[in-house]
Design a protein around this ligand. Structure first.
Ligand code: T46
Length: 137
């Protein structure tokens, strides 16, 4: 997997003068079955979340409120994506190192995940991640 496989997914918006509505349907808007939803909130200024990769887990990140940067790293190339719309998700496939930084005040990051929480799926050491990335030779 490469940072090019991380992509923005535009979600439907039902516009209404009384407020907009966005919905997410498994299989339709997310390329995996949704097994878990969690969210990050009350993130203090200057904090960094993430700092790991997943062996099997796929995720879709959405800035439900506020904004933050997602630093993506496939072991060879890096890319930064800023999330700041509640109708745009960032799809992350397996084996992408990610760090979430520069959270605005009051921001909320909702994550749809393809599997339940499992610590054994995490690679939390960057050197271990680099060593596990398959390389062309
Ligand atoms: C990711 C980024 C964006 C659970 O018990 N269940 C869960 O579903 C999750 C996500 C975490 N936890 C526990 C595990 C740790 O003891 O909560 C604690 C904090 O987790 P972590 O340090 O992994 O949190 P983040 O914000 O660094 O990373 C999380 C996700 O773990 C990760 O998959 O991509 O958000």
């Amino acid at each position: 997997m490469s940072v090019d496989d991380c992509r923005l997914v535009e979600l439907p918006v039902i516009h209404n003068p009384q407020g907009n509505l966005t919905f997410i349907e498994g299989a339709q808007h997310v390329p995996f079955d949704i097994a878990r939803v969690y969210y990050l909130y009350d993130v203090p200024g200057g904090a960094t979340r993430g700092g790991h990769a997943h062996k099997q887990l796929q995720q879709l990140l959405i800035a439900m409120s506020g904004s933050f940067d997602v630093l993506l790293d496939d072991g060879e190339r890096t890319r930064t994506v800023r999330l700041n719309r509640s109708y745009v998700g960032l799809y992350m496939p397996t084996m992408i190192w990610r760090e979430l930084v520069d959270f605005s005040s009051g921001s909320v990051c909702m994550v749809l995940a393809s599997a339940p929480y499992e610590e054994a799926d995490y690679i939390r050491d960057y050197d271990e991640f680099r060593a596990a990335v398959p390389r062309d030779s």
